[in-house]
Design a protein around this ligand. Structure first.
Ligand SMILES: *Cc1c(COP(=O)(O)O)cnc(C)c1O
Length: 466
């Protein structure tokens, strides 16, 4: 299996290379050049597997021999051994045919642990083999940063530089990053907003000549293929629980960068019987506007109660555009790069294709709070504000109540206390492993919102390290 760029101007790369990079040199995103197909007989077999064993069966097909089976199996087992629930991704019944898949039993209480626990181990394996050091550079508005630090703090060949907007992430989120211990951990609080952080990261990736000789940058956001790959697994794991009871299942996915739901789309393409895939957005609704009105256009960023979905452009949508435009990489490139100037449209036939795969709904803060309250009253289950957008979108978009509707529970409610308080409910305690979060020592450096300053910081740190 090779990985090709959505923009068609970069050479195909191997699994090892795709893990060790970010965007393709032509600015596109990497996608596999083919997908493993799953038969009904295989699904029956897979039904019996534990989460880790299922993950191994699925992931090894994408790894395609780049890692010996025994090593891969150990990496996967180790990645999920620390999750607090034996099911790793437990399925909770809400009411009638509605379910929540709890993806927040990992160390940082959000679904990003699923991929980043594994990514750290993949990096260490390949880098040890190559005897090469890399720097992870990433911008975060919250959940990615802590999951990346937890996933990679043990990596001997990796130094981490995570940028967050100074004074603009929640205290729990900041402390989850700044209290991570490790000589390779660097938290940079940038005097700017999330977009400023992301801009600095993008520019550093585009020209890496500032790095000491031999170094390269690796991305930890969902443009990294390994993240998508790891997330395909829980769609299978959840759907397999209904295999003999329903002809298909549907998923509602709280969506920001389109990484998580794209993994669901791939699961469906691989042969998993998925009926509906519902994109739930908050007020930052570029994807909902496209699905509902065939207009793909920028609008200003609006802070919301579900900050991990506050995004102007969903980068991973480009991966779906490759299919939408039937592999016409020229069109993918012009659609994506044209976005800055004009609203983009597709043909009626293409729009129908997109709508055949995705339903969508934008859920504002008022509806988010109301959903948290309603669901709690009716079922006693406390939703975090991200998951609440998914539950609401599921309710509105569901076209067949005989099909199980599974909303991805993307974060633990204790992480987003402000929204829970606004709903008039009691904020749950942090789980035991985080109960002393507020007394742990924090470590971070405040830096100017300036590319050269960040580059200098990275270079100096790397030089001191070896
Ligand atoms: C990252 C995140 C999302 C959005 O996921 P994408 O893959 O970016 O669409 C939703 N909810 C939570 C809690 C997150 O951390």
């Amino acid at each position: 299996m090779k990985y090709i760029s959505t923009r068609g101007k970069s050479p195909a790369v191997t699994f090892e290379e795709v893990v060790l990079t970010g965007l393709a040199p032509d600015g596109g995103l990497y996608i596999p050049d083919s997908l493993p197909m799953v038969t009904p007989a295989q699904l029956q077999e897979w039904k019996k597997l534990s989460y880790s064993d299922l993950a191994f069966e699925i992931i090894r097909q994408f790894v395609d021999g780049a890692i010996p089976d025994a090593n891969l199996r150990k990496m996967i087992n180790d990645s999920y051994a620390g999750f607090s629930h034996p099911d790793v991704a437990p399925l909770v019944h809400l009411q009638k045919n509605d379910w929540v898949l709890e993806l927040y039993c990992g160390p940082t209480l959000a679904f990003k642990d699923f991929a980043l626990q594994l990514l750290g181990r993949l990096l260490d394996f390949f880098l040890e083999k190559r005897q090469q050091h890399v720097a992870i550079l990433g911008a975060t508005s919250g959940d990615t940063g802590s999951a990346a630090l937890e996933g990679c703090k043990h990596c001997r060949f990796v130094d981490l530089f995570i940028l967050h907007p100074h004074n603009r992430v929640s205290e729990v989120q900041r402390r989850q990053m700044t209290t991570v211990e490790g000589d390779n951990v660097n938290n940079l609080a940038i005097e700017g907003n999330f977009d400023d952080c992301q801009q600095i990261v993008k520019q550093a990736f585009a020209d890496q000549s500032f790095l000491p000789a031999g170094y390269q940058l690796v991305a930890v956001n969902s443009i990294n293929w390994a993240r998508i790959m790891a997330q395909i697994v829980y769609y299978f794991y959840a759907a397999l629980k209904f295999l003999d009871k329903a002809e298909a299942v549907s998923f509602s996915v709280p969506t920001g960068n389109f990484g998580d739901i794209y993994a669901g789309y791939l699961a469906k393409k691989m042969g998993l019987p998925i009926r509906q895939l519902i994109i739930a957005t908050n007020r930052n609704d570029i994807l909902h506007r496209f699905i509902s009105s065939n207009s793909y256009s920028l609008s200003t960023l609006q802070p919301s109660l579900s900050p991990s979905m506050d995004i102007m452009v969903s980068s991973n949508f480009e991966r779906f555009l490759y299919d939408l435009f039937k592999g016409d990489t020229q069109r993918v490139a012009s659609f994506v790069t044209g976005l800055g100037k004009n609203a983009q449209q597709v043909s009626d036939e293409e729009w129908a294709f997109a709508r055949a795969h995705f339903a969508s709904r934008a859920v504002d803060d008022v509806a988010t709070i109301a959903t948290i309250q309603e669901v709690y009253k009716r079922t006693g289950f406390l939703l975090d504000p991200h998951t609440a957008t998914g539950v609401k979108a599921a309710e509105v978009c569901n076209t067949d109540s005989s099909i199980p509707m599974i909303t991805l529970g993307t974060a633990h409610p204790a992480k987003f206390g402000a929204a829970i308080e606004q709903a008039g409910l009691e904020v749950p305690a942090l789980p035991a492993h985080m109960s002393d979060l507020f007394s742990r020592k924090e470590r971070y450096s405040v830096l100017a919102n300036d590319l050269a300053t960040v580059k200098a910081y990275v270079v100096e740190t790397l030089k001191k390290r070896r």
